[in-house]
Design a protein. Structure first.
Length: 190
C-alpha cells in the first residue's frame, strides 16, 4: 500500500472580482489557511488578476481562463484547461464553458430549453485524457460532486455572491490520500 501523506487542495471558482464583490472574502482565505492547502485551483472567472495574488499569499495558485477572463491580458493568457498531478492522482482543471463556440451554443440552449447540469457533466470527461481521476470545473455557479465511473467531477459552486446556490458563497477542499479522492464544499461568509 502507498503511504503518501494526505494532500489538501483549495478549490475556488467564479470569484467575479470586482463585478460581484470588491475582494476575496476573508472567510475563503481563512478556510484555505486552516486547511493548510498545498495549492489552490481556480477554475476561472476571476475577472481581475489581483484575485490570484490574494490566494497566492496562502499557497501556489493554478488557474484557467473563464468566459469572463477575456477582458484582461492576464486572463487571456491563461489556458482553457490544465492537467496536473498530486499524490499520484491526475487532476484536470477547466472553467467548463468550452471556449467561445461552446459557450454560445450552451447560452442558446439555456435560453430555449433551460439549464442542464447533465449537459456539462456529459461533456467534461471528453475534454481530458481517460487517466484523469478528478475534473475540477466552474461556470455553472452550481455545486456538483459526482462520480462518473472512476472520475470525480467537482464544482464547489460560486464564491462570488450567488443567485443559484441557497447556501451562498462557497469554496471547496479536495483531499487526496493514498490514491483516494474526496471533496468537500465549504460555505463562507462574504
Amino acid at each position: 500500500m502507498d503511504a503518501r501523506p494526505e494532500i489538501t487542495l483549495g478549490v475556488v471558482t467564479d470569484t467575479h472580482v470586482p463585478e460581484r464583490m470588491k475582494r476575496i472574502p476573508e472567510g475563503a482565505l481563512g478556510c484555505f489557511r486552516r486547511a493548510r492547502v498545498r495549492a489552490i485551483l481556480h477554475a476561472g472567472d476571476m475577472i481581475h488578476p489581483r484575485v490570484l495574488g490574494e490566494f497566492e499569499q496562502i499557497a501556489p495558485v493554478i488557474a484557467v481562463r473563464g468566459n469572463r477572463d477575456i477582458w484582461t491580458r492576464a486572463g487571456r493568457n491563461l489556458p482553457l484547461q490544465r492537467v496536473m498531478q498530486f499524490g499520484g492522482v491526475k487532476v484536470g482543471l477547466t472553467h467548463g464553458h468550452g471556449g467561445l463556440w461552446e459557450y454560445l451554443r450552451e447560452k442558446a440552449l439555456y435560453c430555449t430549453v433551460g439549464f442542464s447540469l447533465a449537459r456539462y457533466l456529459h461533456r467534461l470527461p471528453l475534454k481530458f485524457p481517460p487517466d484523469v481521476r478528478v475534473i475540477v470545473f466552474g461556470h455553472t455557479h452550481r455545486t456538483a460532486k459526482k462520480w462518473v465511473g472512476d472520475t470525480l467531477l467537482f464544482n464547489p459552486g460560486s464564491l462570488g455572491p450567488e443567485y443559484y446556490n441557497p447556501v451562498g458563497a462557497v469554496v471547496g477542499l479536495l483531499r487526496i490520500a493514498n490514491g483516494s479522492v474526496s471533496a468537500e464544499v465549504v460555505p463562507v461568509e462574504v
